[in-house]
Design a protein around this ligand. Structure first.
Ligand code: NAD
Length: 277
């Protein structure tokens, strides 16, 4: 499944919509500290946002920023009429507790869908203001390739708040029978083998071998593991698994670009929603 090509299509459609909007969608990105991977992610997000015609502003705070400074920035952005979407780049430096700040973001500006109100709305299947970008992108890509989710046995490996849990909930909302596996799961390969749709989000290079995969299953690889030489790998042994799977996502070029596209889609949707108030 080609996430790169499909994300391009989605971004082109967003660009056309933005062209016709008088007030352009605006996103504020908060980056705290000097995590090199976070800096790359933030630069990519800002570049894509600008290419689409969004207003994008990055607030780069220093590593030793204290909790009150970060809190004040978030509250100011919450009340700023010119900011539609707020992205708090994670992880934060160790002295700052991520969840405390996620909960300060106005749910109507919570572009990552991490606020408990949006997680609760996802759980009750009642129109979250935004849905976590990676899981949303996975469902969208499965639908693009006409994968039948309704009634399918779906196994999600990983239970993080960012990926595994919201993904399991989305699959459940689509009427899949969902199993969530994690680091304490016993007999992982046998559980994975029962999946019609197998999605792995652990960051463990090569975790999913051909023994995990039923013939004809659909396999989605969310994992990102960077080798010392910078090469990006997924969770799935692509060579051997691609011979068994009916559909599979590559790394890179699968879920990564879909995630960025969903971030842009969420920004647009929040701005359209905020314009109503
Ligand atoms: P995380 O570290 O918060 O969660 C990892 C999960 O994997 C945990 O729930 C853990 O229980 C599970 N796990 C660890 N070892 C395991 C094992 N041996 N067997 C089964 N489960 C195991 O990470 P995350 O934020 O959920 O991200 C997961 C991976 O996806 C990472 O590699 C991350 O970089 C990548 N990711 C990619 C994108 C993208 O756009 N492609 C977006 C988000 C995350």
């Amino acid at each position: 499944m080609d996430g790169k090509a499909y994300s391009k299509e989605i971004l082109e459609q967003i660009k056309i919509k933005v062209c016709n909007m008088q007030k352009k969608p605006s996103i504020a990105v908060i980056l705290v500290g000097n995590n090199p991977a976070s800096q790359i992610y933030v630069n990519n997000k800002e570049k894509t946002a600008r290419e689409l015609g969004f207003v994008s502003k990055t607030y780069h705070l220093k590593e030793n920023t204290n909790a009150n400074e970060l809190k004040d920035l978030i509250l100011n952005l919450n009340s700023d009429k010119n900011t539609d979407a707020i992205l708090l780049q994670l992880p934060l430096p160790k002295h700052l507790v991520s969840q405390d700040f996620i909960e300060l973001i106005d749910p109507k500006k919570d572009v990552d869908g991490f606020h408990p109100i949006n997680c609760g709305k996802l759980m009750t299947n009642s129109n979250p203001y935004a849905i976590s970008c990676t899981p949303k992108g996975i469902i969208k890509l499965l639908k693009k390739y006409n994968v039948k989710i309704d009634g399918a046995n779906a196994v999600v490996i990983g239970r993080s708040n960012m990926v595994g849990k919201p993904l399991a909930q989305l699959l459940l909302n689509e009427n899949a029978t969902v199993t969530v596996a994690h680091s304490k799961t016993k007999n992982l390969s046998a559980i994975a083998h029962g999946a019609d749709i197998l999605i792995s989000a652990t960051g463990i290079k090569g975790l999913v071998t051909k023994d995990f995969v039923k013939s004809g299953a659909v396999v989605v690889d969310v994992g990102i593991f960077r080798d010392e030489d910078g090469k990006i790998n997924g969770d799935v042994e692509f060579e051997e698994v691609s011979k068994i799977a009916s559909l599979i996502t590559p790394v890179p070029g699968g879920i990564g670009p879909m995630t960025i596209a969903m971030l842009m889609e969420n920004t647009l949707e929040l701005s359209l929603n905020n314009a109503k108030f």
